[in-house]
Design a protein. Structure first.
Length: 271
């Protein structure tokens, strides 16, 4: 697990609901159990600041020493994490309106830039029908922001007059995605079993963090297609139920560990 990914997971899973900020020392304490050393944490923080995900802040320490240095989520990061949480925990109960959102993007000649844009579009739930045409069953403010940030010209359409549907599902590679969900369940079965029935707080935090990190990878491959477009025995449903069961079971103990690490008087690694 890389430090940058672990920080995104930590802020999204725990810190967003606790004000979206934390002291540097607490961030280090929280990532050390995941095998991430303090220098790697500081380097990842620096990069995330440069990329506009985090901003330096002073945080009240509750002691005579005054505030301590910390980092808070930017508005951009909050939007990204809110939308990611909606997909991770499937909290959007609204039904699909039958419309497809299409973006026809102008040519991108630079290879690294092209791959970066393609990766981001996939993360945001879009799939390529061709090299230039991307579709999604869901609207996304972040997709349009990405196009603006990358200074890309694009034709933007929203329509229910689109087909054939099998061609669209091929773009999302539903069959391969289902196989990936089955593999994931087999791979993480041992991980959740290692926590036991009543894990201590630190163990619960580590196992839940690793479970979430592995599940979060589906954000890059699963666009959250409407149930009406998926097979009745869709493996993603079984995998989601498995994730929900164990993430929920481990959350109380993991949350207690986070709260202790955020407490200024908690002994741990210094900043």
């Amino acid at each position: 697990m890389h430090a940058r990914s672990a920080l995104f997971d930590l802020y999204g899973d725990h810190l967003l609901g606790r004000g979206g900020r934390a002291p540097v020392a607490a961030l280090i304490r929280l990532l050390v159990p995941l095998g991430i050393r303090a220098p790697a944490v500081r380097t990842a923080i620096s990069r995330m600041v440069g990329q506009g995900w985090l901003a330096p802040v002073e945080i009240a320490a509750g002691s005579a020493d005054g505030p301590v240095p910390g980092y808070a989520l930017t508005d951009r990061a909050r939007l990204r994490l809110d939308q990611a949480a909606t997909r991770i925990y499937r909290t959007d109960a609204s039904s699909w309106d039958g419309r497809w959102h299409v973006r026809v993007i102008g040519p991108i000649t630079d290879r690294s830039r092209r791959e970066r844009v393609r990766s981001q579009l996939r993360f945001l739930g879009m799939a390529p029908v061709s090299d230039s045409t991307w579709v999604s069953p869901h609207p996304s403010v972040e997709v349009d922001r990405l196009l603006v940030d990358e200074d890309l010209t694009a034709v933007c359409l929203t329509t229910s007059d689109i087909g054939p549907v099998p061609l669209l599902l091929d773009a999302f590679d539903v069959a391969a995605l289902g196989e990936a969900y089955d593999r994931w369940m087999a791979e993480v079965a041992g991980l959740v079993a290692s926590a036991g029935a009543a894990p201590d707080d630190a163990t619960a935090f580590v196992v839940r963090s690793e479970l979430l990190h592995s599940w979060r990878k589906f954000l890059f491959s699963d666009p959250g297609l409407p149930a009406s477009l998926l097979p009745h025995d869709w493996p993603g449903r079984r995998a989601a139920a498995f994730f929900d069961q164990h993430a929920t079971r481990l959350l109380p103990a993991a949350g207690r560990f986070v709260d202790r690490c955020l407490t200024p008087t908690e002994a741990g690694v210094s900043a």
